[in-house]
Ligand binder design. Structure first.
Ligand SMILES: Nc1ncnc2c1ncn2[C@@H]1O[C@H](COP(=O)(O)OP(=O)(O)OP(=O)(O)O)[C@@H](O)[C@H]1O
Ligand SMILES: [Mg+2]
Length: 267
């Protein structure tokens, strides 16, 4: 198979500038990045380096200032149910039950109520919330709400999952359990994933590719291909290779965080 057939999405020299004149912010320098089909790409980088901007361009929520983002080699012109997005917090419909939140997408894209209901049941089961289908979001913990958000994104059967710090608001134990869960779901469903995190461990545990970004304006500083995404053993985090890569990425991010601090102090 030709190499290009394996690419699910890519950024071709994508840059982003917000605003104009002296107040303009150059969020991203031209970025070229390929996301392999079935890949799990983690973006890490200092706060404000443009990670969410990049993800939002792929989601179709933002347009690039120059360059183009493509999925299946077609330019992205707006949001599309083939791309599922999960944010750091909530974004659930508070007035709908958990079940109806998850069934919403399939209903909106033409499933019958019975089909949409079956789809919702299936994904709630997958994220371990079958027993909470009739509850409302406010009756759930933050971690459970995030799992509903993931089930809701999966229910549309997206080809590409775009996750912007989905676990950032969770406690460490819940986060680790959900990391194992998302790894299992990714391995079972073979989705393509773009995932933003500030946690180096999370990136190493989940990703087939880690993209380290520079301080703003964001560029790609390094790209690594850890070998832990296919492992289901939570003990991989203690392996020598894991610890070595963690130290490498930590060093890179520290340099960039210091650069970002200097930049903020100067502005
Ligand atoms: N809608 C907007 N209008 C103006 N500036 C924006 C907008 N969105 C983002 N920016 C600016 O673009 C830069 C990149 O922001 P972005 O949210 O992509 O960073 P990030 O890497 O996701 O940061 P964090 O890790 O804190 O979430 C920041 O300087 C931010 O202030
Ligand atoms: Mg962000």
């Amino acid at each position: 198979m030709a190499a290009s057939a394996e690419i699910k999405a890519r950024f071709d020299a994508v840059s982003k500038r917000f605003g104009s004149g002296p107040d303009a912010v150059q969020a991203l320098e031209p970025i070229t990045l390929e996301i392999a089909k079935n890949g799990f790409v983690c973006l890490v980088g200092p706060s404000g380096c443009g990670k969410s901007t990049l993800l939002n361009i792929l989601a179709g929520f933002e347009t690039p200032t120059s360059g183009v983002a493509l999925m299946d080699e077609l330019p992205i012109t707006g949001p599309d149910p083939r791309r599922g997005v999960v944010f750091q917090q909530g974004a659930l419909f508070t007035w709908m039950t958990v079940h109806d939140n998850v069934a919403f997408g399939p209903l909106a894209t033409g499933s019958t109520p019975a089909e949409a209901g079956r789809i919702a049941d299936r994904y709630l089961e997958m994220v371990g919330l079958a027993g909470f289908a009739r509850r409302y979001p406010y009756e759930l913990s933050g971690g459970m709400q995030q799992r509903v958000g993931i089930a809701r994104a999966l229910a549309n059967d997206p080809q590409l999952l775009l996750m912007d710090e989905p676990f950032a608001a969770l406690d460490a134990q819940t986060r680790e359990l959900l990391q194992e869960e998302i790894k299992r779901i990714w391995q079972d469903t073979r989705k393509t994933v773009l995932w933003i995190t500030h946690s180096i461990e999370e990136a190493l545990f989940l990703a087939t590719d880690i993209v380290v970004m520079t301080a703003r304006p964001g560029r790609i500083k390094a790209r690594l291909s850890p070998q832990f995404a296919l492992s289901r053993d939570p003990a991989v985090v203690a392996s020598a290779e894991f610890v070595r890569m963690k130290a490498d990425i930590f060093g890179m991010l520290r340099d960039e965080a210091l650069a970002a601090q200097r930049q903020e102090a100067a502005s």
